[in-house]
Design a protein around this ligand. Sequence first.
Ligand code: NDP
Length: 271
Amino acid sequence: MTSQACVFGNPIAQSRSPIIHHHFAKQFDIPLKYTKIAPSLSGFAPAVEQFFSCANAVGANVTLPFKEEAFQLADELSSHAKRASAVNTLINLNGTIRGDNTDGRGLIADLKYHGVDLANKSVLLLGAGGAAKGSLPAIIDAKPNSVYIYNRTPSKAKSLVDSTENYASCQVACFSGGDSEKAFDLIINATSLSLHDEVPSVPKSVFCENSIAYDMVYLDKPTSFMEFARHSGSQVQIDGLGMLIEQAALSFQQWFNEHPKTEGLRHQLRK
Ligand code: NDP
């Protein structure tokens, strides 16, 4: 029987998830139909119910703007989802819908692929939206020395810092921007600004020669954030395509108990 999976989001036309998951399924000869579903802003819950009423629905990915609603409606939650208060993966366990969040582990897997280990590093996380929220638990699990968070709306950065109170094993604090002499080992852009060719308003001094700049956005050219980092002295810049692939691989693994290889897809999607 052909398994069914999907991605819920609105808008969703641009999503590459069907290409990614069909590529993974092929590796294991798993018959899979993976579709894109764009519920109306008030129509997420009924769309999920309808999708999972289908006997061969194994799971779903969830993207903007439904990750928090998915967190509310899942029957049970992984520890990653609980700490992030957001769900990007739904798994059908014989009718019980489990919610997980693979964004952060996808980010860490991609950093590892690029030879970046966060242990004892100083991290600056830019943004406090869904992507930052989803990634922060896994960033903290990777045992950095400190994580500073900067966001245009400071109250959201503060809430994100506060949300780590019960589990953070390192220093987690707000970064106020402005003039700073402090350079970070890793600066992660979890804002959507690169989609508009803009950059977060942090000083150039957050970068130094050894800083690694990571932009969760990916385009067919270096993003504005990657360019900003390069002009500010950073020698290594990475975009978010690998994170997209790795977080999808972690979803796929939970649906089919198989972890797909991601290397080939990295090259295919880059073309
Ligand atoms: P949200 O809408 O939840 O958050 C957007 C973030 O960007 C907020 O921190 C927001 O700040 C900030 N922002 C938006 N516009 C501006 C602006 N004009 N000036 C300053 N800050 C701004 O989006 P997500 O967190 O879900 O996603 C963020 C990006 O990450 C997206 O572009 C998405 O494509 C990418 N992403 C990539 C993934 C991958 O696998 N590679 C996975 C998930 C996301 P404020 O709070 O002040 O509004």
